[in-house]
Design a protein around this ligand. Structure first.
Ligand SMILES: Nc1nc2c(c(=O)[nH]1)N[C@H]1C(S)=C(S)[C@@H](COP(=O)(O)O)O[C@H]1N2
Ligand SMILES: [Mo]
Length: 560
């Protein structure tokens, strides 16, 4: 009996046959790429937990993707995924990474050097995305850098068992002939790979490959999971709930009895939106986490005597106001739900700006958030619109973290993208000609007042209901002006005036209701509103881009 050495001839681990296992080897190489990427991402999460909030390269790459995505694609994402747009983006980012990793594995099989280069390029993308984040710094490159280096080591370790030198490159072709058809198929190959079927692999040490894979999965899971857990130490939820809000010098006017029509009408939007139901629109994949004790509001630009404020400075003021205000997004479509009403608490903006000696030569306030968003508001509106404020309270609580904790701006009558900067850290008194903020750079209008709007909440479209009397109801708004009238039209009948909820404040939307006797069949129900200064909502349809949607909302209802 001939003496054989383990590595060369032991059929359990290595054997010849180029063709038969080429597919298996490629499959495993692709898997190696995937696992190496998982290790890189996992390690990056762990390092991110040490470096700082939102330094995770996945988040940074996702953020960069948002910044670079053309407006129509972004609009499509908001339309399609709504408030899940960020989850969709993260999943999309992970899919792209996975595909890239599969290719890296295959490339690495041919040339380890190219494979390693591929991982390093992948790391470089992460480094660039992270260090160019507004909240980042040079340290923010560390997670991606270290992740990529460890990922490259993992790739080499995983590829090496797939490239065990062959004792006999030209295996006996007769071996192919004796293989059963199943062994040629995917199942056979998988069985091959797992070492269960044909004992003849091809220049690979499967056992070592799977042991290394197991280790890679372990490292990825422990580092990634541990990293995510450790990153929770950046959360400010605890500090937020410990915070006691000041009481207003000027409380919100009491709501008259019966102010909210929603309790009596199924499907009607409540007058005040609960915080957890409040729509959310922003570009932040990971929500900025600002500790109240670290918070600073800085004023720059055309101020005579600008101060810097802590949160306590703002809380300690004696002119705090509380107001009910409806906030709306410019991306809201006809009939859309990107609007909400809350009771806000904060510092009156006009008084605050004057106190700091705002210059007459400023016509734009550029607000910057902790995550680098810039939002430009007309200085005149900030000074003159009643109830414009630096808000820190929402419905009796500190602002929820997603809604701008600890401080955001609000200017009634202007869409959120030109007024409502969340996680506000800097106000720069400047001019429209000197600076284009984020959305304006993307061709949205530099100034945009909220258009008169009305929406049918009930009956819902195409959900059949029995004939008879049923309320048609919804909401309408025209902030700073108020709603004077809402009219409803069924099919080609005349416009009929709806009953309105009591007028509380011009900045607050109004609910409207019209009981109607529905006959069986299909009907088109249309609504239009008129503001208190006499502007009736235009029928002319416009898309949200560039300064807000217009047109009458209409639904087709089905009556049995
Ligand atoms: N920092 C920051 N502030 C922001 C935004 C953003 O992306 N980042 N989006 C604006 C837009 S487009 C709107 S409509 C409102 C939405 O506020 P909400 O999420 O509290 O409803 O916030 C505004 N403030
Ligand atoms: Mo918006």
């Amino acid at each position: 009996m001939p003496v054989v050495t383990m590595t060369e001839q032991d059929p359990r681990t290595t054997s010849g046959g180029k063709g038969q296992s080429f597919g298996v080897r490629r499959l495993l190489a692709a898997l190696a790429g995937l696992l190496a990427a998982a290790v890189a991402l996992g390690v990056a999460e762990l390092v991110a937990a040490l470096v700082g909030p939102a330094s995770s390269p996945v988040v940074a790459v996702g953020d960069a993707a948002i910044t670079l995505t053309p407006e129509p694609v972004k609009a499509f994402a908001i339309r399609t995924f709504g408030e899940n747009d960020k989850i969709a983006l993260i999943i999309g980012t992970l899919i792209v990474i996975a595909l890239y990793a599969l290719v890296i594995g295959l490339v690495g099989l041919r040339s380890r050097r190219l494979g390693v280069l591929g991982i390093l390029v992948f790391g470089l993308v992460g480094v660039v995305a992270a260090v160019t984040r507004p909240a980042g710094g040079i340290l923010y490159g560390l997670p991606a850098l270290i992740g990529a280096l460890v990922g490259a080591v993992a790739l080499l370790a995983l590829l090496s068992p797939l490239q065990t030198p062959l004792a006999d490159e030209d295996a006996d072709p007769a071996e192919h002939a004796v293989r059963s058809p199943a062994q040629h198929g995917l199942a056979g190959r998988l069985r091959d790979a797992l070492g269960a079927g044909d004992r003849k692999g091809a220049g690979m040490d499967r056992r070592r490959f799977f042991l290394t894979s197991g280790a890679a999965v372990g490292v990825a899971a422990v580092a990634g999971g541990g990293g995510r857990l450790l990153q929770q130490r950046f959360d400010v939820a605890g500090e937020r709930s410990d915070l006691a809000l000041p009481s207003p010098a000027s409380p919100a006017p009491a709501l008259p009895a019966g102010a909210d029509l929603a309790p009596g009408i199924d499907g009607l939007t409540p007058l005040v939106t609960r915080n957890r139901d409040f729509y959310r629109v922003d570009t932040a994949i990971s929500v900025p986490q600002i500790r109240p004790s670290d918070y600073k509001l800085t004023l720059t630009g055309k101020f005579d005597s600008p101060n810097t404020y802590t949160l306590q400075d703002l809380f300690d003021r004696d002119d705090i106001i509380e107001r009910d205000i409806t906030l709306t997004c410019v991306s809201n479509e006809v009939g859309g739900r990107l609007a909400g009403t809350a009771r806000w608490l904060g510092v009156p903006l006009g008084a605050f700006l004057r106190e700091n000696g705002i210059g007459d030569d400023s016509d734009q306030l550029v607000c910057t958030s902790q995550d680098g968003m810039t939002i430009g508001a007309p200085t005149r509106s900030a000074l003159e619109v009643d109830d414009a404020m630096l808000a820190f309270g929402m419905n009796g609580e500190p602002l929820p973290v997603e809604h701008g904790f600890p401080v955001r701006m609000l200017i009634p009558g202007l869409y959120g993208y030109v007024s409502a900067c969340k996680w506000l850290t800097t106000i720069d008194a400047t001019t429209f000609s000197a600076f284009d903020p984020y959305w304006v750079e993307r061709d949205w209008a530099a100034q945009a007042e909220i258009k008169v709007f009305s929406r049918i909440d009930t009956p819902a479209p195409l959900r059949a209901f029995p004939a008879g009397r049923k309320p048609i109801a919804g909401v309408a708004w025209a902030q700073t002006r108020g709603i004077a009238r809402v009219e409803v039209k069924v099919d080609d009948e005349d416009w009929a005036e709806a009953e309105l909820s009591p007028e509380v404040d011009a900045d607050l939307w109004r609910q409207w209701v019209l009981p109607y006797d529905f006959a069986a069949g299909q009907h088109d129900v249309t609504v239009r509103a008129t503001s208190s200064d006499g502007e009736t909502q235009t029928e002319e349809r416009a898309a949200p881009f560039p300064n807000g949607a217009s047109g009458w909302h209409s639904v087709r209802v089905v009556v049995r």
